[in-house]
Ligand binder design. Structure first.
Ligand code: AMP
Length: 555
């Protein structure tokens, strides 16, 4: 079953990896990419021939070609940051659009039909602007967003389908760049989110970054002493070291230097990051009016929850082991596809009703007393069930006022200067010679997008106030993004396999020394010459063999 012509798709657009899943025959199913993997690294690289590589090849080129490759750009979604790849510049949403476009092509190849819509997951704690930019990224990739779903809510949806006995659950979602905590209750067919909170700048990447700092400091080196390629290679090696830590103490060998890491040292390096994980948990429980012992289950989501220090912290905080039956890497995409089915009222899922919340407080700048402008006046408080519409009455400051300026903010701090600015606009007042009252209404929809309208005492209504298009992006900026992407050549899907192996071999060569490096050099030459002969069968055979060799060496 589908909405219109497009299959029912769910996309997890992650900081580190992205996935796409389809709902077919009553269940969610992950779609493999051109390499046969369900995880596509959220990395983009500009190849020497000017074509764009997305996924594993780009991931490998982060190390070999750091000036032409980029990853973790989701962290900058909603900012003005520009990324330079060779001679070109990209916004975070353009890069996200390239990842989404690659997932779309994979789905089309797998399903054999055109794809035009999808449910896309976003961190629960993503701001209004970050959500709008995600919708714009999809638009650039030729996808209409059927709905934005909060990542932990998507995970909850997937768990709800598998395990129906749960009642009160806490979803702990630590991805590559964001951290979300969601408390919800299953009373099937109802899945009710009670509280959602988090930190948009805390994820697995920060744990790698902390290792990098500690390692450089132990070696008495500063970042500026390493060139881009050396730094990228060291970061990559530390990422691998972090992942292997669960197997026991590790030694890093890098360019003739050594660095030791065991659990105790890692714990010490990561103490500040682990401390930051506590606060959102405490807030979510407080907002849901629950104690840790009231929870019936704990679910870990996101690749970074594979870290044993994180699992230990969760076990200590909650006095029990988390429930981890489903794969934390894939569950969000599966839940997003389930949500697509829900929206399309697929029979297998139609009875499930999901209610979500607005994870942060939204309000306007006002005065708490005459002397103090710039106070934050909440209109929709955090963890209000959505969709929500709330109205609040305000007054002009003096009788002759001609305009009133409405400044919208989100956040939890008493002064607007400490919160996130969302938008501002002015409303012209009809002169009455008196102080006037005005009603400001905020409507927050299920995608997490906000609309504001103002009604004056005269009954005059200023509807449409906050632009539904991506905030801060003018029509020209959007057209420019479209033109930039339209001018790009995407690496052909059918040869991506070979291109990726070459990129991996190059990276492995760079990261090894001596006999191992010599061996990898031979494989590189061998594969180049097989490719040169342009015979499909020997190419496939050599590729499969060399992929296995590299897997065995963990490259
Ligand atoms: P996600 O955005 O959910 O794909 O999470 C990716 C993050 O998980 C990255 O920061 C990875 O470093 C981290 N990660 C993935 N696998 C592991 C592992 N086995 N051990 C530690 N961290 C991991």
């Amino acid at each position: 079953m589908s909405t219109g012509d497009s299959p029912l798709l769910g996309i997890d657009l992650g900081t580190t990896n992205s996935l796409i899943a389809v709902w077919r025959e009553g269940r969610a199913e992950l779609i493999p990419n051109a390499l046969g993997d369900v995880l596509t690294p959220s990395a983009v690289s500009l190849d020497e021939d000017g074509s764009i590589l997305v996924g594993a090849a780009a991931r490998a080129r982060l190390t070999t070609h750091p000036l032409r490759s980029v990853a973790a750009f989701k962290r900058f979604m909603g900012s003005d940051k520009r990324f330079t790849l060779g001679d070109r510049q990209f916004t975070p949403e353009e890069l996200s659009a390239l990842v989404l476009g690659s997932l779309k092509a994979d789905a089309e190849a797998h399903l054999g039909v055109p794809v035009s819509t999808a449910v896309i997951s976003v961190p629960a704690y993503f701001s209004d602007e970050q959500r709008k930019r995600t919708v714009f990224a999809a638009e650039l990739a030729g996808l209409r967003v059927e709905r934005l779903i909060n990542e932990p809510t998507a995970a909850a949806m997937a768990y709800g389908l598998h395990e129906q006995q749960f009642e009160r659950t806490l979803i702990f979602d630590l991805g590559g760049g964001t951290f979300d905590v969601t408390v919800l209750e299953y009373a099937l067919p109802l899945i009710e989110v009670h509280a959602s909170t988090g930190d948009n700048f805390l994820g697995g990447e920060d744990f790698t970054e902390a290792l990098l700092k500690a390692c450089l400091s132990d070696w008495g080196l500063s970042r500026s002493e390493l060139d881009g390629q050396a730094l990228a290679s060291l970061e990559d090696a530390l990422e691998q070291l972090k992942r292997r830590l669960a197997e026991g103490p590790q030694t890093l060998e890098w360019n003739g230097r050594q660095w030791q890491l065991d659990d105790a040292r890692a714990q010490q390096i990561w103490t500040p990051l682990l401390a930051r994980l506590r606060q959102p948990i405490e807030q979510a429980l407080r907002d849901a009016r629950l104690n840790p012992r009231d929870l019936d289950s704990l679910v870990l989501v996101g690749g970074a929850t594979r870290m044993s220090v994180v699992q230990q912290l969760v076990a200590t905080l909650f006095g029990r082991l988390p429930y981890r039956h489903l794969d934390p890497d894939t569950i969000v995409a599966l839940g997003a596809a389930a949500q697509a089915a829900c929206k399309a009222r697929d029979r297998a899922i139609e009875e499930i009703i999901l209610t979500d919340v607005c994870p942060y407080t939204l309000g306007i700048a006002s005065r708490r007393s005459d002397e103090q402008p710039g106070a934050f006046s909440p209109i929709i408080e955090r963890n209000t069930v959505i969709p929500a519409s709330r109205v609040q009455r305000y007054y002009t400051t003096h009788a002759q006022q001609e305009y009133i300026r409405i400044e919208v903010y989100q956040g939890e701090r008493p002064w607007v200067r400490d919160n996130i600015f969302v938008d501002a606009f002015e409303v012209k007042l009809t002169q009455t010679g008196q102080v006037q009252a005005l009603d400001v209404r905020f409507s927050y929809d299920i995608n997490g997008l906000l609309e504001v309208d103002v009604t004056l005492e005269s009954g005059q209504r200023h509807g449409h106030v906050i632009d539904r298009s991506p905030t801060g992006l003018s029509a020209e900026a959007r057209a420019a993004s479209q033109a930039r992407l339209a001018g790009l050549k995407i690496h052909p899907r059918d040869t991506l396999h070979n291109r990726t192996l070459l990129a991996r071999l190059e990276r492995a060569w760079m990261q090894t020394l001596g006999a191992e490096r010599e061996q990898i050099g031979q494989w590189l030459d061998e594969f180049q010459s097989v490719l040169g002969a342009q015979q499909e069968q020997p190419i496939t055979a050599a590729r499969q063999r060399l992929e296995q060799e590299l897997d065995a060496l963990r490259f």
